[in-house]
Design a protein around this ligand. Structure first.
Ligand code: SAM
Length: 345
């Protein structure tokens, strides 16, 4: 055992020009409680901050997954450092069950998910996630499939409005969609700076709000391009199947759409709602498949937010698996927003 869950010194396991500071790191490790000889899955390797802390906390085995090929390449050094204990896999945590099987992990003692993008992804203008640094309008974590520019330049105006309204929770989505369609008639929108400017012209620079006016629109496009909410649901369902009795699921979210899904998933699985789904027959009681580790979400303290402003919207929720069978994979009660789109990519 490597000294009582200390996370000291584990701040930028992989590093690089833009360092990712792990959010709620000691809380994640406490919630996970790594044990010698146990098997863990880090579904969002990023810069390896959680992975390294897990490997330092106990003499355990870890499968770390990331869909970003750059994150996996940069993690090779860590994989060498922990050779025989750390396996790095490129893939999506929604496919965690298959990835685990592929790497001979039948059941896990703990699973961590730290959602969203890393500071490296945000900081590298070429990845196109940032409205602050001009770059190609890309936003694809996996570097594959349709990009944000494909969506912005091809979607019907009402579909753009829907994506921005539902996934960005942006009140002025229709006006933004209209401005996008007007702008792209003159010239395709290919740069993050151009899109940020279009949104800013519609919303104006809000002095009462510390957020950039394009924050919500960029969030919406990023979530859409990467199918992030579907991934989250798939990851939660896979975790329920993979975790053994007593194993812990620890999820760190960064906005309300994600947090609501995790909260409802754990509430339904821990018996905190009478019926897991409105489609389930009344009176059908299932044995809880999770026990809540904390009644409320954990949030960072003022000092962490001061050190790392990116942490300010973080929420940690955790569940401990029981011996009961997994619930049927029913998403209807999880509050996943539904989009009715006519555009195809
Ligand atoms: C917030 S960072 C994780 C940082 C990490 N906990 C650390 O301490 O360095 C999120 C990472 O998860 C990856 N990611 C996001 N969604 C994913 C998914 N569905 N499957 C696999 N990786 C994903 C991103 O590419 C990014 O590298």
């Amino acid at each position: 055992m490597m000294a009582g869950h200390s996370t000291e010194g584990v701040t930028d396991a992989v590093g690089g020009p833009t360092r990712h500071i792990p959010v709620l790191l000691s809380e994640v490790i406490d919630a996970l409680g790594p044990k010698d000889g146990a098997r863990y899955i880090d579904g969002t390797f990023g810069a390896g901050g959680y992975s390294q802390a897990i490997l330092e906390a106990a003499d355990c085995i870890l499968l770390a997954i990331d869909r970003d090929p750059d994150a996996v390449t940069a993690g090779a050094r860590l994989a060498r450092q922990y050779a025989g204990r750390l396996t790095l896999a490129k893939g999506s945590f929604g496919d965690m069950a298959e990835l685990a099987r592929l790497h001979s992990i039948e059941a896990a003692d703990g699973i961590a998910l730290d959602l969203g993008v890393s500071s490296m992804q945000l900081g590298e203008a070429e990845r196109g996630f940032s409205f602050q640094a001009d770059g190609p309008l890309d936003m694809r974590m996996s570097r594959a499939g349709p990009s944000a520019a494909d969506v912005v330049n091809s979607f019907a105006e009402r579909d753009l409005a829907q994506v921005i309204s539902v996934l960005g929770e942006e009140r002025r989505a229709r006006a933004i969609a209209k401005a996008i369609v007007m702008a792209r008639q003159k010239q395709p929108i290919e740069r993050t700076g151009v899109l940020a400017e279009i949104v800013t012209r519609v919303l104006g620079r809000r002095h009462d709000d510390k957020k950039h006016p394009a924050t919500r629109t960029f969030q919406a496009l990023r979530l859409f391009v990467n199918g992030e909410l579907d991934q989250l649901v798939q990851g939660l369902i896979a975790s329920e199947k993979l975790l053994r009795d007593g194993g812990r699921l620890v999820v760190v979210t960064f906005h309300s759409l994600e947090d609501r899904i995790v909260k409802r998933f754990l509430a339904s699985r821990s018996g905190r709602v009478a019926r897991p789904s409105r489609h389930a027959p009344p009176g059908e009681e299932r044995a809880p498949s999770f026990r809540l580790v904390y009644r409320r979400a954990l949030v960072p303290g003022a000092s962490e937010i001061q050190r790392n402003p990116r942490a300010r919207s973080a929420r940690l929720r955790a569940g401990e698996r029981t011996a009961a069978a997994p619930f049927p994979a029913d998403f209807s009660s999880l509050g996943v927003p539904k989009l009715k789109l006519s555009s195809v990519l």
